[in-house]
Ligand binder design. Structure first.
Ligand code: NAG
Ligand code: NAG
Ligand code: NAG
Ligand code: NAG
Ligand code: NAG
Ligand code: NAG
Ligand code: NAG
Ligand code: NAG
Ligand code: NAG
Ligand code: NAG
Ligand code: NAG
Ligand code: NAG
Length: 823
């Protein structure tokens, strides 16, 4: 494990602390002879103030303040790494009444800052850099001991659709899910004539880290960090739209209907810099953090930037571009820290994927994707850990524990729902402000119903099936929540119990004798049109009852709760050992048939032929390939326009194969067989396509609307996502693996069915291998050109959204690999 050298305490700061006499503000509280706002500070020992950062109270340690997830405190000295329970045992915890030996409030800063910052000013390790080209997007990553940065440069290509692709420079930071962006236009007015390029510095890459220790003008007491680079404009440019603050604010503009929020935009301060440059800065809604970006003509460049009515005018040439902020940083897990001991070899073998995995991995959480989802997402982290666990680090401070603790910290303690997406940093303060609440507290959304069910299978894999996990179990469960999501003081064991109670309660009705009705299946939340991974408008066709949740996630969660209960979890519910297993059996055996669609041979041929001509892409129908009835399972029940079942063939069988070992043999044989048949058949008969396994095939809908709702430009349309192929491959491998169990399932002895499943496994891997260059991206699509399907970035199709260059769950091929024994 790398020993971090960033032992920089967050120093006690005086800004925002008012000296006596007490000002009129009734919210100000006394601390020694100073006054403070409890939203911004905590008072220790009656006279020592520590700031609240990112909504989280920092703790006192001797004369310093620190974040418990970064440091421990032993005898008044900061230590790294933090040991469990550091917060509770630190000498200066709130409420402690020991005689004060600390400095009076507001007088501590200069004392220890020099030693703290000097130690951190130079990173001793080589920065980690990466360049990923995805024209017209060039992505650059830079991480050092001070900060983690992604820079995306967009420079339109001759073939680019200029109404979609504009010249843009964007920086994204995991800390606070924040960043800056700048859109440009050519001064000569000719769209497409402006090109932007980063210029290599030393080490043949363009980025350098920026680090300035906190100084007197800092309101946060944090160092100012970020990147600088030389950027070259091939023609004179206007900086038309700057955004400084949250990635969410940036996405609202780039993906939404170009939303610019006046109170965000108006807060940008434009100022000239020495050397003919210009600086844009914005104070966040927390009133202490500042994002900055500046352009300064590079040496040898004669141009001078003009600031005119909040627009920059930049002559053609090369500029030193710097983007920084002074927000608390996360601790990135290096590639050796993310991977377990046996998997360190992957770093040399797959440097591209392991570097990306490290960029998305932090001691407190894993992030879903770069740059658009550079923050916690529950489903993404848990699907990733389910698939990646064989290679991930385990134990205290590991990747696996980062995922589980992130989920528990963010759980809704009232109803046990797992957080889908967190809202942190400037956007959190902004949303609070919208509700007339003055607070920097982060928030969570809970609209997804699938996410609740991933937690217990993840816990079984770690705390029951892993030796390291078993040894960590008691200490981990005894940890109490420290982050500011409303669960402070609850133990991880209590939070896990609340989630399990929700699952038991919501699954009980269906499991009762005679309870196996559609009404008792798990529905989306009442006011939501999305609730599982296909979370776009027509993702599951307006259905209320999703296929993946009911046939796979519920039974898997119930089995896991039974296993955890048998292992001594949930001591208040020893009966779950048997009752949850009984529920699981009912859910395993009695849910598939609700979703099953059987299309008679001749009707299937007509439907596919009709769809092929209605869709109009010009690809062949392969209708003659259909030689028996087509069987598949629909995306959802209770769809739009009163459709009882949304008749879209799909890849969500992967959930059941990967998470459930069902035991009704008739049902299992038929189920594995239909999955195999649908994988083996080419789209639009089945799901196979030269560009990948499609997540949806609407050919059997029998309604023209299906062809218009599930297109090759829809987020969950006839497109390819990397991870469902990984989960399908892993799932088929698990089902085939059962043939070696002492009591193998019946299908293993049915030579046609077993042969079909083996053939499907290998066909799938052939497709995966043929698309290796795209596997780590989020989602991609195709065009049918010159009689062939060819890969097309989804973001390049009209009306589609920009895709992330790297997505956490698309990196799961580091662990999911072809089993050559199954060839
Ligand atoms: C920067 O250096 C890299 C690595 O040597 C090289 O591939 C790339 O072409 C260089 N870029 C420019 C703009 O010169
Ligand atoms: C920031 O300052 C403004 C103006 O004084 C105040 O209205 C607002 O409540 C402050 N916000 C926070 C989060 O403290
Ligand atoms: C400044 O820009 C705004 C919009 O960006 C525009 O409405 C206004 O007319 C401009 N003012 C001047 C003096 O050009
Ligand atoms: C760009 O500016 C930053 C901040 O002033 C400085 O640290 C860096 O050395 C400059 N880079 C170049 C290439 O001039
Ligand atoms: C947590 O769950 C309760 C009960 O369902 C709900 O009222 C509350 O709004 C949820 N909290 C959040 C932040 O959504
Ligand atoms: C916030 O306060 C403003 C002004 O008092 C009011 O108009 C608005 O309705 C309030 N918003 C909410 C969500 O309460
Ligand atoms: C398909 O989209 C249309 C709107 O374009 C909508 O009215 C219809 O309900 C959708 N049908 C399904 C099954 O999603
Ligand atoms: C489907 O039909 C095509 C010709 O249209 C043929 O090449 C292919 O082998 C067939 N595939 C299967 C699985 O029957
Ligand atoms: C197994 O499932 C089939 C339907 O697929 C059903 O007809 C049969 O009764 C089930 N068998 C048992 C033992 O539950
Ligand atoms: C499996 O699928 C094949 C079609 O490839 C079909 O001929 C066979 O009857 C199916 N077997 C079962 C048991 O469903
Ligand atoms: C196929 O298209 C034909 C001609 O438009 C139509 O008459 C027929 O009903 C369609 N069949 C199905 C099953 O949709
Ligand atoms: C299902 O069985 C396979 C083969 O024995 C095993 O690898 C897998 O872990 C099992 N899955 C579950 C959810 O128990």
């Amino acid at each position: 494990m790398r020993v971090p050298f960033l032992v920089l305490p967050i120093l006690c700061v005086v800004v925002g602390v008012y000296s006596a006499p007490p000002p009129a503000n009734p919210n100000l509280k006394p601390c020694g002879d100073a006054y403070y706002l409890s939203s911004q500070y905590t008072c220790y020992n009656g006279d020592f103030l520590c700031p609240v950062l990112n909504g989280e109270a920092t703790l006192r340690c001797g004369l310093a303040c620190y974040r418990p997830e970064m440091y421990g405190c032993v005898n008044g000295e900061l230590v790294y790494p933090p040991t469990g329970g550091a917060a509770a045992s630190s000498p200066g915890s709130p409420g402690s009444v020991t005689a004060s030996s600390g400095l009076p409030a507001g007088s501590s800063a200069s004392n220890s800052s020099s030693s703290g910052t000097a130690a951190a000013a130079v990173c001793t390790e080589t920065p980690t850099t990466q360049h990923l080209s995805d024209p017209p997007y060039e992505n650059y990553f830079y991480s050092d001991c001070h900060s983690s940065n992604q820079v995306v440069v967009t420079s339109p290509l001759p073939a680019s659709n200029l109404s979609v692709i504009g010249p843009r420079l964007l920086v994204a930071w995991p800390a606070g899910n924040s960043g800056v962006l700048a859109y440009f236009s050519p001064q000569n007015g000719v769209n497409g004539s402006l090109g932007i390029q980063l210029v290599n510095g030393t080490a043949n890459q363009p980025l350098s880290g920026v680090y300035t220790p906190a100084n007197g003008s800092s309101l946060t007491g944090n160092p100012r960090v970020g990147i600088s680079t030389l950027v070259k404009f091939n023609s004179s440019a206007y900086l038309t739209v700057p955004i400084l603050g949250s990635v969410r604010t940036m996405r609202d503009f780039t993906e939404g209907p170009s939303i610019l929020v006046p109170i965000v935009q108006d807060a940008i301060v434009f100022s000239p810099t020495s050397g003919g440059g210009a600086m844009l800065s914005r104070l966040w809604f927390d009133n202490i953090t500042t994002s900055e970006m500046s352009f300064v003509p590079a040496s040898g460049s004669s141009g001078k930037i003009t600031i005119n009515n909040r627009t920059l005018e930049l002559p053609a040439g090369t500029y030193n571009f710097t983007a920084t902020f002074d927000y608390p940083q996360l601790h990135q897990l290096s590639a050796p820290e993310v991977l377990n001991q046996q998997s360190q070899g992957l770093i040399k073998q797959y440097p591209d994927q392991t570097t990306s995995l490290s960029f998305l991995s932090y001691s407190q959480k894993l992030l879903a994707g770069a740059w658009r989802f550079l923050t916690y997402f529950g489903r993404d982290s848990m699907i990733s850990v389910l698939l990646l666990q064989p290679v991930l680090s385990e134990g205290e401070g590991s990747a696996v524990e980062a995922v589980i603790s992130a989920v528990l910290e963010r759980l809704n303690r009232t109803d046990g729902s797992v957080c889908h997406e967190e809202t942190i940093g400037d956007y959190a303060t902004y949303l609070n402000l919208e509700r007339n609440i003055t607070s920097t507290a982060p928030g969570c959304t809970y609209q997804m119903i699938d996410t609740d069910f991933y937690l217990s299978p993840v816990m079984v894999n770690y705390f029951v099936n892993s030796a390291i996990g078993r040894s960590r179990r008691d200490a981990f469960l005894a940890s109490t929540s420290t982050q500011d999501f409303g669960n402070q003081g609850l133990s991880y064991a209590e939070l896990a119990l609340i989630n399990a109670e929700k699952i038991i309660n919501t699954s009980a009705a269906f499991a009762q004798p005679g309870g196996q009705t559609q009404a008792n299946l798990i529905h989306l939340k009442a006011d939501q049109i999305v609730g599982e991974w296909r979370d776009s408008t027509y993702g599951i066709g307006g259905g209320r009852i999703p296929y993946d949740v009911n046939t796979a996630l519920v039974p898997a969660a119930l089995r896991a709760i039974a296993t955890l209960s048998a292992a001594g979890f949930y001591p208040s519910h020893p009966e779950w050992n048997t009752s949850a297993a009984e529920y699981a059996q009912v859910w395993e055996d009695n849910t598939l048939h609700f979703f099953q669609v059987t299309v008679p041979l001749s009707e299937a041929q007509t439907l596919v032929t009709n769809y092929t001509s209605a869709a109009g892409y010009g690809f062949p129908s392969h209708a003659a390939n259909i030689t028996s009835d087509v069987v598949y399972h629909g995306l959802s029940l209770m769809g739009n326009d009163n459709q009882p079942i949304v008749k879209v063939m799909n890849s969500d069988d992967c959930f059941r194969h990967f998470l459930v070992n069902s035991t009704n043999q008739t049902q299992l044989t038929a189920f594995v067989n239909q999955t195999a048949n649908n994988i083996l058949q080419p789209f639009p008969v089945g799901l196979s396509n030269p560009v990948g396994l499609l997540v949806a095939n609407p050919a059997y809908g029998g309604d023209a609307v299906y062809a218009t709702n599930w297109t090759n430009s829809a987020y969950h349309g006839t497109v390819v996502w990397g991870w469902p192929m990984a989960m399908m491959a892993a799932g088929l491998q698990r089902q085939l693996g059962r043939c070696a169990d002492s009591f193998p399932p019946d299908f293993c002895a049915d030579s046609i069915v077993h042969g079909n499943v083996l053939a499907a496994y290998n066909h799938l891997w052939d497709i995966i291998e043929a698309n290796a260059p795209d596997l780590s991206t989020e989602v991609w699509s195709w065009l049918f050109q010159d009689g062939k399907f060819v890969v097309e970035p989804l973001g390049a199709l009209p009306g589609a959204t920009e895709s992330d260059i790297r997505q956490l769950w698309s990196l799961t091929y580091l662990a999911v690999m072809r089993d050559s024994n199954l060839r």
